[in-house]
Design a protein around this ligand. Structure first.
Ligand code: PMP
Length: 378
């Protein structure tokens, strides 16, 4: 996507909204503005549309018999799943497991449960490819483990966990609930949603709108509401629903899922082009990412990544160093560090994240600019 003469390759941070999604939002916002909890006719019409969007999302993901709780995004959905489950069921056990490369919205929720609510947390290490080893998880599971949360796709290096294999292992632990943050995988990589007890995602990573997202969960899983109030969203997430936002989320998801194979093939060409350049310049770069074509992450061997990312930006090419959420405060990548790499490499990571809205010319533009700048920079 070349928008306003820029090359935007930071799609793991956020994506440009799809114009069809924006149209659907605007239309629903205008026509179905009524509060879906109101009993008058426009209220009930709005409610029907809300329920239609909910059912469509579940159907697209092949989990018709699950609940879809609309949230303000993956951060809220992760917090609701993790804290909502643990605080409701602490009488069943106080041991919980996650990985050391999760997004902060998972890691910080675990930390809060550990520091404020007395839970014992195991942070699983990942292997050199950024993937959880099944034996490592197996050795940590205990009778009092009530929750395991493992991300499907890492937001910095794109590593993909074997969610199906983990779910098979957890079948032997019926009192352990399995939560997955699918934010960077949904609509891009096929995932076994019906193997998972609860999963979270955001609309703006799939060309939807900011502040849209959902937590999808099995009916029988009970959560402590984090927001008390009027009892909307099955009493779990109170607050007047934004019907149009729900409609936009269903639409964004449908548009991505319908073209998942086509989009993947397109993006693979982009990743291969960039990886070829990186592999031809091993004296300058070390690649940190793997098979997932949506995210290419590399470290600079002898230049500062923050300086390069700023220089690329001044030259019209937008990429990230570490992840966008904490790039300002913390320049070291704990994810790249978790792969067993040096501080020097973890301080100097660059993330290029693609979308099907990009073109091969965007990638060529990146490579030409990158090659010029890396040689110019002191
Ligand atoms: N999980 C992952 C893996 C993410 O990449 C992000 C966004 N960076 C989030 C959760 C949080 O999403 P949001 O900021 O939309 O709430």
């Amino acid at each position: 996507m070349s928008q306003n003469n820029i090359i935007y390759l930071d799609n793991a941070a956020t994506t440009v909204v799809n114009s069809e999604v924006l149209e659907a939002y605007n239309k629903a916002k205008k026509l179905y503005f009524a509060n879906p909890s109101s009993i008058h006719i426009p209220g009930q019409e709005a409610n029907r549309l809300l329920e239609k969007a909910r059912a469509q999302i579940l159907s697209l993901l092949g989990v018709n018999d699950y609940d879809c709780i609309f949230t303000s995004g993956a951060t809220e959905a992760n917090n609701l799943a993790i804290k909502g489950y643990c605080l409701k069921h602490s009488n069943r056990g106080k041991h919980i497991i996650t990985t050391n490369i999760e997004h902060p919205s998972v890691l910080e929720a675990f930390k809060q449960l550990e520091e404020t609510f007395g839970f014992e947390v195991t942070y699983l290490p990942v292997n050199k490819n950024g993937v959880v080893e099944i034996d490592s998880l197996k050795s940590c599971l205990r009778k009092d483990t009530i929750l395991v949360s493992v991300m499907a796709v890492n937001n910095e290096i794109g590593s993909i966990n074997n969610i199906h294999e983990i779910s098979l292992l957890l079948k032997n632990y019926p009192t352990t609930v399995f939560h997955v943050d699918v934010t960077q995988g949904i609509g891009k990589i096929k995932l076994p949603y019906s193997d998972i007890d609860m999963f979270s995602f955001s609309g703006h990573k799939i060309h939807g709108l900011n502040s849209s997202g959902a937590l999808i969960k099995k009916h029988k899983i009970e959560l402590l509401p984090l927001l008390s109030g009027g009892g909307q969203e099955y009493g779990i997430r109170s607050g007047t629903n934004d019907v149009a936002l729900a409609v936009s989320l269903a639409k964004a998801l449908r548009l991505e899922i319908e073209k998942i194979d086509e989009n993947y093939a397109k993006v693979k060409v982009f990743a291969e082009f960039l990886l070829k350049y990186l592999s031809e310049n091993k004296d300058l770069y070390e690649v940190n990412s793997g098979e997932n074509p949506y995210i290419v992450n590399f470290s600079l061997l002898n230049k500062k990544a923050s300086v390069l990312v700023e220089a690329l930006s001044s030259n019209g090419v937008m990429v990230s160093s570490t992840s966008a959420c904490h790039a300002k405060e913390e320049p070291i990548s704990y994810v790249v560090k978790a792969l067993g790499k040096s501080d020097q490499l973890a301080h100097n990571t660059v993330r290029v994240s693609f979308s099907h809205t990009n073109t091969l010319d965007d990638v060529k533009g990146l490579v030409t600019t990158l090659d010029r700048l890396i040689k110019e920079l002191k």
